[in-house]
Design a binder for this molecule. Structure first.
Ligand code: ADP
Ligand code: MG
Length: 313
């Protein structure tokens, strides 16, 4: 392709909301063999909502949700946003007013309804932890709970499995060394996701899904979208290793992602594609930015490259 053809293609891309950072990236896209999709916020809408909140102890529901929200208030994670939303709604609209004046209520520091939190820390790929009322509170996945030496009772595990088989993410809550409840979070697929996966297969491009979420939820989502190749429970740093493992035989690998977690994988891939609505760090690490946040543009990008370079192949 001539420099003019590359310029024209870049312009066509831009008009369709596909920003291409340079001619090399445009050229590499024609040879893509694998497209590795991040799950949350890429294949899914990234608009998580809590569908279930189950308390396993005698704890009051409002108190349970306020504990969880107090821990998640300092987290930037999409799951944290969903939990905050749910807990806030329950507290201000559903909770019997009698429980509202808890002695632990701190009006100055916590916008009036959350508990005081000490030693908050976010554990990427696992969840969050902090101290409330001198006791350790953990909110996150199995790994977070079991690594802290807390056992997950069978009836809780059964409940988790049920959530996960219906493509939901189960979030465990442990307080003062025992498991007190579970939240179920749903994040629907993007409308076009399954069609795009099907389209890629027709173009001889293999779709793959990578996620930090648990295997059962990952498989359920993959089944819905039509992806056979799944890598789950991948720690944030591990996504780049997944990319490299697909590159081993010389295959050209594209990574599509939106999160901070995805940026090392976007950088490691041959063709990194960031969702325009994603974090700035992901956008910086990518070769392509899909401004319309529409997965169909993954196909547009490959098509554009194939057409631009067809004559000289
Ligand atoms: P993904 O690759 O799907 O974006 P992450 O690596 O961000 O996933 O997170 C993996 C898992 O860690 C989540 O599915 C969740 O179980 C747990 N997790 C991470 N952050 C939080 C949080 N703030 N609250 C609860 N759970 C969390
Ligand atoms: Mg994501």
């Amino acid at each position: 392709a001539t420099p003019t053809a590359v310029m024209v293609a870049t312009g066509v891309g831009a008009n369709n909301g596909v920003l291409i950072k340079g001619g090399d990236a445009l050229e590499r896209a024609q040879k893509i063999k694998y497209v590795i999709f991040d799950k949350t916020g890429t294949l899914t809408q990234g608009k998580a909502t809590v569908t279930t909140a189950k308390v396993f102890t005698g704890m009051d529901r409002g108190e349970f949700l306020r504990l969880v929200a107090s821990a998640e208030a300092s987290s930037e994670h999409p799951l944290a946003k969903a939990i905050m939303e749910y807990a806030r709604h329950f507290h201000f609209f559903d909770e019997p007013s009698a429980t509202k004046d808890s002695p632990k209520h701190n009006k100055e520091t916590n916008s009036g309804w959350l508990f005081d939190v000490l030693e908050f820390s976010a554990l990427p790929g696992k969840g969050v932890q902090c101290f409330i009322d001198g006791k350790l509170l953990l909110v996150g996945n199995r790994k977070l709970i079991t690594e802290s030496g807390i056992t997950i009772p069978t009836h809780v595990e059964d409940f988790l499995v049920e959530l996960e088989e219906s493509a939901k993410t189960g979030i465990l809550v442990a307080y003062d060394c025992s498991l007190i409840g579970v939240l179920g979070v749903a994040d629907p697929l993007k409308r076009e996701a399954a069609v795009v996966v099907e389209g890629l297969k027709k173009m001889n491009v293999m779709p793959v899904m990578v996620t930090g979420d648990n295997w059962r939820t990952a498989r359920a989502v993959a089944r819905e979208v039509g992806i056979q190749d799944v890598m789950a429970e991948v720690m944030p740093a591990g996504k780049a290793d997944v990319v490299r493992s697909f590159q081993k035989d010389g295959s050209v690998v594209a990574m599509v992602g939106d999160g901070i977690n995805d940026s090392p994988a976007l950088a490691a891939s041959d063709v990194g594609m960031a969702i325009g609505a994603g974090t700035d760090i992901a956008i910086e690490a990518a070769d392509y930015v899909l401004m319309r946040n529409n997965l169909e543009d993954v196909i547009t990008a490959i098509d554009l490259s194939r057409k631009t370079f067809a004559r000289i192949r």
